[in-house]
Design a protein around this ligand. Structure first.
Ligand SMILES: Nc1ncnc2c1ncn2[C@@H]1O[C@H](COP(=O)(O)OP(=O)(O)OP(=O)(O)O)[C@@H](O)[C@H]1O
Ligand SMILES: [Mg+2]
Length: 330
């Protein structure tokens, strides 16, 4: 997939005209390096994050020895803006498989038992042979992107584990006594804490670096993270709300992959269709982008089935005179 999905599949200038009234300005251009380009195939509209993280990872990756993780990152920003998607894309790029992502939902580690769940049960207690949900996968395969989602919801004792993990790249598993080595891992924390305040800072401070510093100070002073944790984080990235043209691009990416699931190749999409899809998604504000996902499958699925039954290999998506979506055979 190239940067010009929209150019290939639709009349982009017509779409841009439709967007003019509400768009947030021209899109940033592609950065040269390969990793950034690869990540951008999956994550759109977050070039400020992708460019910086690619550079950081390239530099750390080149080191022959490390005494800590490759990087400790904090992802902030509104829901549905690509935080988890970028973590998956990084896992796929760095380790050749999205499955090297170890995904830990911190709301399920909110009680005092969280620690033993993560690093195993001490010898002499029931379940001591099982290993921890964090340590065991890393002992089995240390080449991982580890994502702690909604980290602020974790039990406070969990943060005690973060210090040796993020600081020395090591954690000893209870029960087995084996050491999980994180020096080949990338650690990502995501947080929705203080989302409103962070959103405001994002709107008010224009310069990105100043904005990130303001966000960091806010996080420190609001007590969400202990200063030792903030001190171990290499980069804080604030994801931007998605702009119209970016949502259009994501909508097209989703239409392409929906068609592919039925063995169909998508050749063209009427810009009005994309525009309408975006408006529908935007109306559903908070879950906009996820809603778009469901809408696309629900609306296009039956038409793709029909197209398939008529023996189609390639299709176009247009609009019927009454405004309904129309899948046309090519
Ligand atoms: N910037 C983006 N580029 C491409 N696709 C995106 C982007 N943002 C969201 N999506 C799409 O929306 C879905 C949800 O995004 P994702 O899971 O990355 O959100 P999130 O930022 O992690 O949100 P949350 O804070 O709710 O966890 C993804 O699977 C992807 O299909
Ligand atoms: Mg997420």
């Amino acid at each position: 997939m190239s940067d010009s999905i929209l150019d290939r599949l639709t009349d982009k200038s017509a779409l841009l005209k439709l967007l003019e009234a509400q768009s947030g300005g021209p899109r940033a251009r592609l950065a040269p390096d390969q990793m950034a380009a690869k990540l951008r195939e999956r994550v759109r509209g977050q070039d400020h994050v992708i460019d910086d993280v690619s550079q950081l990872l390239m530099i750390e990756w080149a080191k022959e020895k490390r005494k800590r993780p490759i990087a400790n990152l904090l992802f902030l920003g509104p829901t549905g803006t690509g935080k988890t998607e970028l973590a998956k894309a990084m896992a796929e790029y760095l380790y050749g498989d999205e499955k090297s992502l170890l995904y830990l939902e911190c709301p399920s580690f909110s009680g005092p038992e969280a620690k033993t769940h993560l690093i195993g049960t001490p010898v002499g207690y029931v379940g001591s042979g099982q290993g921890g949900k964090l340590t065991r996968p890393v002992i089995n395969n240390p080449k991982r992107v580890i994502l702690f989602d909604e980290v602020e919801k974790a039990y406070s004792g969990v943060f005690d584990l973060f210090l040796p993990m993020m600081g020395d790249g090591r954690l000893t598993e209870q029960g087995s006594g084996e050491v999980a080595d994180f020096t080949q891992s990338v650690i990502i924390l995501t947080s929705n804490a203080e989302a409103q305040a962070i959103g405001q800072i994002q709107e008010q401070v224009e310069d990105y670096h100043e904005m990130v510093n303001a966000v960091k100070s806010h996080l420190a002073s609001s007590g969400v993270f202990r200063p030792e944790i903030i001190g171990r984080i290499d980069r804080v990235y604030v994801f931007k709300p998605l702009e119209g043209i970016v949502i259009a691009e994501i909508a097209v990416m989703k239409m392409i992959s929906a068609a592919k699931e039925y063995g169909l190749e998508l050749q063209h999409v009427d810009p009005q269709v994309i525009f309408d899809a975006m408006v529908a998604g935007a109306k559903l504000a908070k879950f906009g982008i996820r809603e778009l996902d469901r809408e696309i499958s629900a609306v296009l699925g039956p038409s793709f089935v029909a197209a398939k039954q008529q023996g189609a290999k390639r299709v176009r998506i247009g609009q019927a005179p009454n405004g309904d979506l129309q899948v046309e055979l090519v």
